[in-house]
Design a protein around this ligand. Sequence first.
Ligand code: ACO
Length: 401
Amino acid sequence: IDITNLRTATKGVITIDPGYKNTGSCESGVTFLDGEQGILRYRGYSIEELAEKADFLEVAYLLIFGELPTKEQNDKFHEDIKAEAVVDEDVKKIVESFPKSAHPMGVIASLTSALTAFNPSSVNVDSEEDMYRAIVKILGKFPVLVAWTLRKKQGLPLDYGDDSLGYVENILKMMFKKPNKEYTQNKVLVNALDKLLILHADHEQNCSTSTVRIVGSSHAGLFASLSAGISALWGPLHGGANQAVLEMLEAIKNDGGDTKKYMAKAKDKNDPFRLMGFGHRVYKNFDPRARIIKKAADEVLGDLGVQDPILDIAKGLEKEALEDAYFVDRKLYPNVDFYSGIIYRAMGIPTDMFTVMFALGRLPGWIAQWREMRLRKEPIGRPRQIYIGATERKFVPVDER
Ligand code: ACO
């Protein structure tokens, strides 16, 4: 079947598949995922190998442009991104105007959208050259916005980064540098964040990525499409799960640490409680990212000398779930977000910033999928429906109803 003419080929038959559990929305060469076997590859390279050997910007280049960069391409990519690591001074006024209590995901989605106003040339991007310019712009500016989102909450000045540093080192310094104090890089944190960003960098047609593609399919600009993706990521059933996991672990700790009680709640169909960080739409085996992250969490906490009772509760829950028929039968294993929050917390990142860190990691994946969709000249995304409302009826004026 020619899938571009599926509707003609199927004589107007509409398939209905709520949640798109079995419906492919596109053909893609970015990320391969085998949920049954727990395999994840970016452009053919295993996630395990990339997490061990590559750095985040190399992975970003790979995802977006399809190949690992040569030394020259890598250097140019870094330089082009560094040149864009400033934002219009007026954006500071927007950051300052948010209430301190604003959720960082709402702030970062708004700021990403606001960037379109300050960078109008990035809106209509038709050529590959225009796309490249928009891509390095957002990769340069987004970490500044992330750091400012955190700094505003903490009442710290909105400073720029240090262009003598690597991408991830610079992000950490921009986030944590205190006024009039030297900032010393901690290699353990740099490596852990680099790894976390790589693990989050793409995951084929998940909720936020599908959102970016569908918004971009109307030829809305890159930044507007990304802002929509950030909003989709915010929800606790998607990226917001990392915040929800930590809040759940805290709640269990404050309630006396009885993991069995919460296991029972998660299995009770009359109780809306779900074990956050467990289960995945596609992985019906272990999430390969969770395996890498679990090891990284042990290393980071060990290296930093952190004794965190939250980690013991997490390990307890995981052990019980792996031995529990309810979880085993439904193939509910810890997902990437089960352990990421523990690392972010050890790094000193506030809980409500966790999903922003996820967005920072997912940025190259969203960009890669958006670019692929535009280069393949995909049609506008426009699902159909099965109408279940009233049949035709006559209008009744308001005083006769
Ligand atoms: N705790 C308890 N039961 C669960 C959980 C959970 N975390 N997840 C799924 N189930 C149960 C469901 O109640 C359902 O049971 P039933 O068959 O008896 O009705 C069965 O497992 C299948 O679950 P669905 O909700 O149908 O699976 P779906 O693929 O739609 O949802 C999701 C996947 C949203 C990830 C779900 O597992 C969930 O809510 N997990 C917790 C939130 C979470 O961790 N999200 C992060 C996902 S990873 C990411 O976005 C980066």
